[in-house]
Design a protein around this ligand. Structure first.
Ligand SMILES: [Zn+2]
Length: 266
């Protein structure tokens, strides 16, 4: 895992921790260090805590779970007991769902990196809006449903920075449940009204604020083609986006297929 933060083209109080195709964040405010997601393994989360040790010496630790997908929250198990873990209330039904535990056990049989993971659910939940007053920076936690029902984003107004988590993705986002596609599109439109200067998603290694518009344009074009009865292959999508296929993770092909199904093009 590498530390990208403090050298990116965004405010140095926002640190980015990158492993494989995943970025998670820490926002260092006057009062708190706020981790936004904990990565997928204890080791990665421990590395983040170790990296931030100087900052944590004089600040409280708060953790935000953007949503209960394994790559974002399995590192929770590395947190000191009693660490506040903030999430939307809808996260609890996922975290306590026996299927989440079963998926962990399945991964543990395949990969020893997950041997010491256990599911640690959020312990502070909200439904409308949660505000962390860090002193110099304010973190507004906002529901952003669509990718998942329990998805939240973090908006930092002082620096016009949006931690979009999985509500936006490069090259394209997707709805885990096909019925939620329209929620995902309206979330993207809502996020645009914030007029962010920097947008940091968890997948795609970008900070470009135009990401929201690009994601929306993709869905608009998909809808147009579906309504016209045209198939839109993944290769054509990448050409339309001016992207080189070898730079895009293969699973986006499946996400595009999911979006097509959700839009009614079975
Ligand atoms: Zn996700």
């Amino acid at each position: 895992m590498s530390v990208v933060g403090a050298i990116g083209d965004w405010d140095e109080r926002v640190r980015v921790f990158r492993s494989d195709d995943l970025d998670t964040f820490a926002v260092v405010t006057e009062r708190f260090v706020v981790l936004v997601d904990t990565q997928m393994t204890l080791q990665n989360c421990q590395t983040i805590l170790e990296t931030l040790r100087p900052e944590l010496a004089t600040r409280g630790l708060l953790v935000v779970n953007s949503h209960q997908h394994d790559d974002h929250v399995w590192g929770n198990a590395a947190l000191p007991n009693g660490t506040p873990i903030i999430a939307l209330e809808a996260s609890l039904s996922v975290a306590y769902d026996p299927r989440f535990q079963l998926s962990l056990e399945h991964k543990q049989r395949e990969d020893s990196r997950f041997a010491d993971v256990r599911i640690v659910p959020p312990n502070l939940t909200f439904t409308e809006r949660f505000v962390i007053c860090g002193g110099d920076l304010t973190l507004e936690l906002l529901p952003a449903p669509g990718h998942s029902a329990d998805q939240l984003v973090v908006w930092i107004p002082e620096i016009r920075t949006l931690l979009a988590t999985d509500a936006a993705e490069h090259p394209l986002p997707y709805a885990s449940e096909t019925r939620d596609l329209e929620k995902l599109r309206s979330t993207l439109r809502m996020l645009q009204t914030l007029e962010p200067a920097v947008v940091l998603p968890c997948h795609g290694a970008t900070s470009d604020a135009e990401l929201l518009a690009r994601n929306l344009a993709y869905f608009d074009e998909l809808e147009r083609r579906v309504n016209a009865g045209e198939m839109w292959s993944f290769e054509e999508v990448l050409r339309w986006m001016n992207l080189e296929p070898e730079k895009i993770a293969g699973f986006y092909r499946d996400f595009h297929k999911l979006n097509q199904q959700a839009m009614g093009a079975l």
